[in-house]
Design a protein around this ligand. Structure first.
Ligand code: ARG
Length: 467
């Protein structure tokens, strides 16, 4: 596929009427978007077919011309799909590349396609169709990731692990519960995707350059043909608006942040020091110098891709922030950010889905860690409140003394003797030992959304019914 740099300069055949000369080479280079917007070819052709069909239906072009146009566009579609299309940089973008080829294929009838249309509403249409389709793909991929977590949560509804705050051992939780935290996060991402699809489900075509058109077009007809709920309501906004791209990038950024936090946890969990998970060979690499190493490269790359995606959001927000209504060429800079983020996000979701499915959970290591670091201290305090009638603040103080004693004796809370505990508070009985195990601790947390296996299973069932 040539980029057209060697082509002879002449004024542009689409808008060259008032131009005596072709563009300076540097102008052509800065102006052209074909290098990246050729990705929109299918959407562009689909949009043009819908537009031409509507024009004929409304008596604006003849049925014969419409047939020629539709046939020519279908030929172009297969030419591009089979790699037999020569893209030209001199023709700037995908819209003009397709139209110029149409003229070669069908002659003067090609010139009627652009009736009641501008590249401004055309690009708004093509790009919106592309983003909408990408979001539909994202929705499916998130559903697969959520399913992977639901399976792991079910499998490990009883597996205890330390819960952390400040990355310090806080209270025991179940691994199933921790998995379900990610289900909530990716579930919110998925509903953001669904809302965004609804927001952008309006057809831009027919807004023309910015003011609409005097031709008797039927925008409801094109909207329907292209799978949109309805046409947009304001032609100025339609060609100025890139909210749909910004929404895509915002959603992608938030989702990438979630993926990155998961990636970070996997990096930590797979260290020999934590040893909570073992990554499958499929998602790790070795070191060329240190034979013992197994590196979590896929997780690290997911963490890093977040930087690109967040950067794209800021880039497009910055492009848009100073633009007067309606269209400005600045907006051509929208596509690369979205294309790059879409590719990165797809990769990141797919890699994480694979990693979550494949990783081995080291139940023994998690359990050992769950019981260390006085993780059931809150359970002792709660017991003192419940069984000995202490105000929580006093119970907290008594428990603090028990932790200090255990620390002094270099043992766990459950390893203190009853005499030791009674010396701290006389009302403590041997019943207290029932709540000091990690299993008892997690089983007791049955509040709605709590970590008890029974509660986690309820949440899993709720999510299973919501795909
Ligand atoms: N390639 C352009 C873009 O992506 C298409 C719209 C051009 N419109 C114009 N008035 N120059 O924004």
């Amino acid at each position: 596929m040539g980029d057209g740099t060697s082509e002879t300069k002449s004024s542009n055949q689409m808008w060259g009427g008032r131009f005596a000369q072709g563009p300076a080479a540097i102008m052509e280079e800065i102006n052209a978007s074909i290098g990246f917007d050729k990705k929109l070819f299918a959407q562009d052709i689909r949009g043009s077919i819908a537009h031409a069909t509507m024009l004929a239906h409304q008596g604006i072009i003849s049925p014969e011309d419409k047939d020629k146009i539709v046939h020519g566009l279908s030929t172009i579609l297969s030419e591009i799909e089979s790699g037999n299309f020569e893209f030209s940089r001199r023709l700037e973008d995908i819209h003009m590349n397709v139209e110029a080829r149409l003229a070669t294929l069908i002659g003067p009838a090609a010139g009627r396609l652009h009736t009641a249309r501008s590249r401004n509403d055309q690009v708004a249409l093509d790009f919106r169709l592309w983003v909408k389709e990408e979001l539909q793909k994202t929705e499916k991929m998130l559903t697969a990731l959520i399913a992977a977590f639901l399976d792991r949560a079910e499998e490990h509804a009883e597996t205890v692990m330390p819960g952390f705050t400040h990355l310090q051992t806080a209270q025991p939780v179940t691994f199933g519960h921790h998995c379900m935290a990610y289900v909530e996060m990716f579930g919110r991402d998925r509903s953001r995707v669904r809302h965004a699809i609804e927001h952008m489900d309006e057809s831009p075509i027919g807004a023309a350059a910015l003011a609409g058109t005097g031709f008797p077009i039927d925008r409801h007809m094109t909207a329907k043909a292209l799978g949109f709920r309805e046409p947009t309501r304001n032609s100025i906004d339609t060609v100025s608006d890139r909210d749909f791209a910004l929404e895509f990038l915002s959603i992608a950024s938030i989702c990438a942040v979630h993926l990155s936090r998961l990636a970070e946890e996997i990096v930590i969990w797979s260290t020999p020091q934590f040893g909570f998970v073992r990554l499958s060979d499929a998602f790790s690499t070795g070191s060329s110098i240190m034979p013992q190493k197994k590196n979590p490269d896929a997780a690290e790359l997911v963490r890093a891709k977040t930087g690109r995606i967040n950067g794209s959001l800021i880039a497009l927000l910055t492009v848009m922030k100073g633009l007067p209504l309606a269209y400005s060429k600045d907006m051509q800079e929208d596509k690369e950010q979205v294309f790059d983020s879409a590719e990165s996000l797809e990769l990141a979701i797919a890699a994480m889905t694979g990693m979550v499915r494949d990783m081995t959970i080291r139940v023994d290591r998690m359990k050992a860690a769950a019981g260390s670091g006085y993780s059931t201290a809150t359970d002792l305090a709660d017991w003192l409140v419940r069984e000995a009638g202490l105000p929580f603040r006093d119970a907290h103080h008594v428990t603090g003394r028990a932790v200090a004693l255990a620390e002094q004796k270099a043992c766990e809370l459950a390893e203190l003797s009853l005499e030791d505990l009674q010396a701290i508070h006389a009302d403590i009985t041997d019943k207290v030992f029932d709540v000091l195990t990690v299993e008892a601790s997690v089983a007791s947390r049955t509040s709605f959304g709590g970590t008890a296996p029974s509660e986690v299973r309820k949440q899993i069932a709720w999510w299973r019914g919501r795909n």
